[in-house]
Design a protein around this ligand. Structure first.
Ligand SMILES: Cc1cc2nc3c(=O)[nH]c(=O)nc-3n(C[C@H](O)[C@H](O)[C@H](O)COP(=O)(O)OP(=O)(O)OC[C@H]3O[C@@H](n4cnc5c(N)ncnc54)[C@H](O)[C@@H]3O)c2cc1C
Length: 488
């Protein structure tokens, strides 16, 4: 079959690779000048920044994808396991927690905060492993087209404690607030509020410990390049020409039309673009807009000196963490207290910055634009607050950071809205709430238009590179089955 894939994010590239491997003729049409989507790169005077994702987890999913293309992770990438994965610091406090996958080291770290909590580490790992193996992997590898399929999983999830919030689940094991935060913050990586997303996402901490956190030499961009290379090898990758319409004949998709006026004829259209935008703008359908995730303010700073106190990944938790999450995701207003994530790949790979410098990306979750949040007024004062916090002895004590900035770039809610077609400038897709997961998420096959499928953060199982790679295999398998059943 001829397949048109809209978008060359990880979801689109991975689906294209799987469909090429199945023998289809695939054309990927990307609106931006380069592939990668959220995982783009900025290069400026020797500094290189990954714009979005920075942590590689579940590398076995990459192994599986490369194997489908007849190659391997070892051939395509230079992966390094990080140790520690990251350092967690708390505003105004001396103590830090170095998160890694070593049991003895983790127990030692937790003991610094609470002996009792350290004694419950093994129980936490065992319970979150059960969630990972019995809920996440079971549910994540199949489509949820019928309500019955979802309902049949509910008793098991209830038994595993996976239906309560991540924070509530983690609080059963870790009572000391710092330890609890350190094991419960992970849903933030996919836009989830740890106080309200279900504990299926508690498995994120487990899978980091079990499978490691990895870095690919050349940054996340090296992974995009590797996937794009494979797509170009067997199919076509067109960039810089956004799709404006999914064309239908007798109700079924027959291809896509692009801004330049091209028509790409196809029996199957897979959209990796935002699911709300695809249905509303490319298919002209009305429908309920799900609750969308927060946005992010990203500062990419090329500095001309070293900051050896930074780890490759550093989290700085503000003094009102719960209030911060509430402000950003529930009240949707400018947060009174800030919590930051800092990525400094030049700590691991000095070539990501000119000699003697660092490449530093700072991520601050901010409200999306859905509540009428006036970003333009917020931006400059927020930049100053972020830099103050990084420089402050109560923050990360990066003394002299401001003065050493040589290049600066930003991604804001406007970037997510205007360049990545996220309707509310949301940085991720629909929020991973229970009632927006599995059957209740945009299914991998469109319910209204035959021939239209989805891959990427907005469909099942969801956001994050592992989730998105799983959407690609679920969707490719669904297309295979639909073709055999005569549906296509
Ligand atoms: C700041 C940030 C940090 C993150 N950190 C991590 C992390 O450390 N680890 C992790 O695993 N995950 C992380 N994530 C999540 C992860 O990056 C995303 O879930 C994933 O990259 C999404 O991939 P995607 O293919 O679904 O979408 P996208 O990357 O958004 O790709 C969609 C593509 O579709 C294109 N497109 C849209 N409309 C059209 C159109 N009309 N025509 C043609 N093309 C179109 C877009 O230009 C884009 O290239 C992070 C996300 C963000 C925002």
């Amino acid at each position: 079959m001829r397949v048109a894939v809209i978008g060359a994010g990880f979801g689109g590239l991975a689906t294209a690779i799987r469909l090429l491997a199945a023998g289809h003729r695939v054309t990927v049409v990307e609106g931006r000048p380069e592939p990668g989507g959220r995982a783009s790169r900025i290069c400026d005077r020797g500094w290189q920044f990954d714009t979005g994702p920075s942590l590689i987890t579940m590398p076995e999913l990459l192994d599986d994808l490369f194997a489908a293309a007849g190659t391997s992770s070892a051939q395509e990438l230079k992966l390094r396991r990080l140790d520690p994965f990251y350092r967690i610091s708390w505003e105004g406090e001396e103590e830090t927690l170095l998160f890694n996958g070593d049991r003895a080291a983790m127990i030692e770290q937790i003991t610094e905060f609470s002996l009792a909590d350290a004694g419950r580490y093994d129980d936490f790992m065992a319970s979150s492993r059960s969630i990972h193996e019995e809920a996440v992997l079971v549910a994540g590898n199949r489509p949820f087209l019928e309500l019955g399929g979802f309902l049949s999983l509910v008793p098991k999830m209830a038994q595993l404690g996976a239906l309560r919030s991540v924070d509530g689940f983690v609080g059963r094991f870790f009572r000391e607030p710092h330890v609890r935060q350190a094991f419960a913050f992970h849903p933030l990586f996919i836009g989830g509020n740890p106080f309200r997303v279900p504990a299926v996402y508690a498995a994120l901490a487990y899978l980091q410990v079990a499978g490691g956190v990895w870095y690919s030499e050349g940054g996340m961009w090296s992974l995009v390049e590797a996937l794009a290379r494979i797509v170009k090898g067997g199919g076509e990758l067109r960039c810089g020409d956004p799709v404006t319409e999914i064309v239908r004949r007798n109700g079924s998709a027959v291809g896509v039309k692009t801004a330049s006026g091209d028509f790409v004829e196809a029996e199957v259209v897979v959209s990796n673009a935002d699911v709300v935008t695809t249905r509303r703008n490319l298919l002209g359908l009305n429908g309920r807009v799900p609750r969308l995730t927060m946005s992010c303010f990203l500062l990419y700073l090329g500095v001309r000196r070293k900051f050896s106190q930074l780890q490759h990944h550093t989290l700085l938790v503000g003094n009102d963490y719960r209030g911060f999450i509430h402000d950003v995701t529930v009240a949707r207003r400018l947060p009174a207290s800030l919590s930051l994530y800092v990525h400094a790949p030049s700590r691991t790979e000095p070539a990501m910055a000119p000699e003697g410098g660092e490449s530093i990306s700072v991520l601050l979750p901010v409200p999306n634009l859905g509540s009428g949040f006036a970003w333009s007024e917020a931006e400059e004062p927020l930049r100053e607050r972020v830099l103050d916090m990084l420089e402050s002895p109560n923050g990360l004590a990066l003394t002299g950071l401001r003065d050493s900035i040589e290049v600066e770039h930003r991604w804001t809610p406007h970037t997510f809205r205007d360049e990545l077609a996220s309707p509310q400038g949301n940085a991720f897709g629909p929020e991973p709430l229970l009632w927006q997961s599995a059957y209740f998420r945009q299914p991998n096959r469109d319910r209204d238009v035959p021939g239209v499928y989805y891959a990427g953060a907005g469909t099942h199982p969801g956001a994050g590179i592992p989730g998105v790679l799983m959407t690609a295999s679920v969707t490719a398998e669904l297309i295979r089955r639909d073709a055999l059943d005569g549906r296509l």
